[in-house]
Design a protein around this ligand. Structure first.
Ligand code: SF4
Length: 364
């Protein structure tokens, strides 16, 4: 039985070709870390992220050159692009006019209401949606003075800005209420999800480097998703955005919300292990990053416990002394010289995924 509560149904919006909310699959997004003005590098990074499973990409728009670059980048990518704007509402307008599929603004730092209204009118004219991105670190001064910077303050800021935008008869909005710690983030999402039917973009902001960031994101995003809250997620790491995509999919897979690509079960190794399992696991993981068909594989340190401990894997290998074994669903298939273990496993995974795709009538 799933530990995830029934998904809360929100209003549906679309970002380019991707539906958000209203029962649509939880979409995975990330943000580029190239200079947006550098069209070639940005488009290349987006193409790479898209192959790894990124479904929506956000780019920073720090100046007019970046806003104008959106048009050229869009021609080279096949996933929707969100323009991320801070401080200057004119950049939001320029990005929208250059073809952004959605805007992300933080109303707390856009300034006067009249400026927010100009952005909303522009989104309306271009038929695109807006994310109201409330961050605990950049709340409106008056809200911070009265409520501090906890979940209640974030919800107040969200409420105020939703009212402002909806007051302009604009409803293609999604909302985020992020803090850099798990407690405030989870509390804030619980609060806003009880107050609004808007689709929610979930993430823990500025979560940190690889280990801290993954831990905080898995806990924060995981807890929120497990409560049935959240329509799209972004893992935020001080790393290559490719790691964000991998982490996002691992979170969705661990909660059995969505499946994609290769799931690897591997043992931590112990005194029985006679092969370089860390290296093998990493090589296999990297070689299979762009596989999309769900398949579970096991990479185990020894034959004593390996196959038995990984019975649920579709395909697996277990190390020995100079020689390892290949097994499928826990059953022995053949012995393989140690230096051929990776190649044999990769070949088997390729065959397996091809047969699954044929079975499902997929092309390519
Ligand atoms: Fe140790 Fe073998 Fe278990 Fe790995 S599979 S932890 S090497 S006993």
């Amino acid at each position: 039985m799933s530990i995830v509560k029934k998904r809360r149904i929100t209003r549906q919006i679309t970002i380019g070709s991707v539906k958000i909310g209203g029962g649509a699959p939880v979409a995975v997004q990330s943000m580029t870390n190239t200079y947006t003005q550098d069209v070639a590098s940005t488009a290349f990074q987006i193409q790479k992220l898209s192959k790894a499973g990124c479904e929506i990409i956000r780019v920073a728009i720090p100046d007019m050159e970046a806003a104008r670059a959106v048009k050229k980048i869009k021609k080279q990518i096949d996933i929707p692009l969100i323009a991320d704007i801070h401080f200057d509402h004119r950049l939001a307008i320029a990005a929208a006019e250059n073809g952004a599929d959605a805007l992300r603004i933080n109303p707390g730092n856009i300034g006067a209401e009249s400026k927010v209204k100009k952005v909303v009118q522009c989104a309306k004219n271009n038929g695109i949606s807006i994310r109201i991105g409330v961050n605990s670190g950049s709340l409106e001064k008056d809200i911070e003075l009265e409520f501090g910077n906890g979940s209640e303050a974030m919800a107040k800021s969200a409420q105020r800005n939703i009212e402002l935008v909806r007051g302009m008869d604009f409803h293609d909005i999604k909302l985020s209420v992020k803090a850099s710690d798990v407690s405030r983030t989870v509390e804030a999402y619980r609060l806003v999800s009880s107050q609004t039917d808007l689709p929610l973009h979930v993430g823990v902001t500025e979560a940190g480097g690889l280990i801290a960031g993954i831990s905080k994101s898995a806990l924060g995003i995981g807890m929120i998703l497990a409560e049935g809250i959240g329509d799209t997620i972004r893992v935020s790491l001080t790393r290559d955005p490719g790691e964000e995509i991998r982490t996002a999919w691992e979170i969705l897979r661990a909660l059995e919300i969505r499946k994609r690509g290769v799931e690897i079960i591997s043992c931590p190794t112990c005194g029985r292990c006679r092969i370089d399992l860390f290296n093998i696991a990493e090589k296999v993981e990297n070689a299979l990053l762009e596989y999309t068909t769900p398949v579970k594989i096991a990479i185990m340190g020894c034959v004593v416990n390996g196959p038995g401990e990984a019975k649920e894997a579709d395909i697996g290998i277990a190390g020995g002394d100079g020689i390892g074994i290949l097994f499928k669903k826990g059953k022995f298939v053949k012995k393989v010289p140690q230096d051929q273990l990776i190649d044999v496993l990769l070949e088997e995974v390729k065959k397996y995924t091809m047969s699954r795709r044929e079975l499902n009538g997929e092309k390519g």
